[in-house]
Write a protein that binds this ligand. Structure first.
Ligand code: ZN
Length: 347
């Protein structure tokens, strides 16, 4: 069969056959909030993940403000405990700590979960705890979310105004220890000064698990062309986020999502762009109005892309990439191969 005879749906199936890698999903906090319920992975998540052909998920431990500071460590450990309990109940998932384990999980037809941490709050200022979390399977850490903590400062949801300081002394130690232990440093969310500093004291490929480009949404939480080029120089990967593609609701479209991919690829090559969907609507929908307003006041109002709101919508993205003229090879790099290169290199 020639390429022209193959239907677009057949082509999507073929491109998805190896599974898609999404390096940012807020799964553990949802499992924790629903800890009185059992078998959530199978009943609430698996159907959409299977429809979208997800193969590897970076699942992020995140601690909400209301638990901090005292609850940070306990809630983080509990989130990991929920992941273990849930993956024991549903064998379609496997928590993986190495590239070999990811490969094995994929060969067995399981969805590989890589535990990540969004914000170093669970560590407090105790570097020893990094070793503990690493033993528990944490393989990537972003030092901060939007707020400041003992390690550094987050980039704010505005074009200027983030803290001018880079990392704290603890943040620098943490970064060095992560490199030593083989824990990936994730540059998502860190403020511009922290971004520069992390790159100046690390040597391994740099990643930004989930972000958008400032060209289309100019806030310091996203990344500038200069920062994109710095990731390119380190042959890293930038995962494109689905919830901050534009400040305007009407411009938060699937095409704009692809524009973000294209912009990174134009600047640093197709080998350096991947997926970090950050699907968040399932959590947002559970919140009362007051909580949503709080998010809007503190950060921003997220605009969900109608055709890319959850993992079952991944074929819509692939279809649009095909329509926009991306080759099979390029699409497979975006959906899977670029992230696998990093995971193979570092883990
Ligand atoms: Zn985030």
């Amino acid at each position: 069969m020639t390429a022209t005879e193959e239907s677009i749906e057949g082509r999507i199936d073929r491109l998805h056959a190896g599974g898609i890698v999404d390096m940012h999903f807020d799964l553990p906090m949802d499992l924790y909030e629903k800890r009185h319920r059992k078998n959530l992975l199978e009943t609430e998540f698996l159907p959409e993940l299977e429809t979208g052909n997800m193969g590897v998920l970076g699942v992020a431990i995140y601690i909400e403000d209301r638990y901090l500071p005292e609850g940070g460590l306990r809630v983080a450990l509990d989130q990991i405990a929920r992941l273990h309990a849930e993956t024991r109940t549903c064998q379609r998932f496997a928590i993986c700590k190495s590239f070999q384990e990811i490969q094995k999980a994929r060969e067995e037809g399981r969805i590989a979960l890589l535990i990540t941490m969004e914000g170093a709050e669970p560590l407090g200022t105790d570097l020893n705890l990094l070793r503990v979390f690493s033993e528990l399977g944490v393989r990537s850490i972003g030092l901060t979310h939007a707020r400041s903590n003992a390690a550094g400062h987050g980039g704010i949801f505005a074009a200027t105004g983030s803290a001018r300081e880079g990392l704290t002394a603890f943040g620098r130690e943490l970064v060095r220890e992560c490199e030593r232990l083989g824990v990936i440093i994730d540059l998502a969310h860190i403020n511009p000064a922290g971004f520069d500093e992390i790159l100046s004291i690390t040597t391994k490929p740099a990643i930004v698990s989930h972000t958008n480009v400032r060209r289309y949404h100019d806030i310091e939480r996203n990344i500038s062309d200069e920062q994109i080029k710095m990731i390119g120089e380190r042959h890293g990967v930038i995962g494109i986020n689905s919830v901050l593609v534009s400040a305007a609701k009407e411009q938060s479209t699937l095409d704009r999502y692809v524009d973000h991919i294209e912009h990174v690829a134009d600047l640093i090559g197709i080998d350096c762009v991947g997926i970090g969907f950050d699907f968040f609507e399932f959590i947002y929908c559970q919140w009362p109005e007051s909580r949503r307003n709080e998010l809007a006041a503190k950060f921003t109002t997220p605009h969900f892309i109608p055709e890319l709101r959850n993992h079952s919508h991944a074929p819509n993205l692939t279809r649009r990439l095909v329509e926009r003229g991306f080759s099979d090879d390029q699409i497979e790099k975006i959906l899977r191969d670029n992230w696998l290169r990093i995971l193979k290199d570092v883990l």
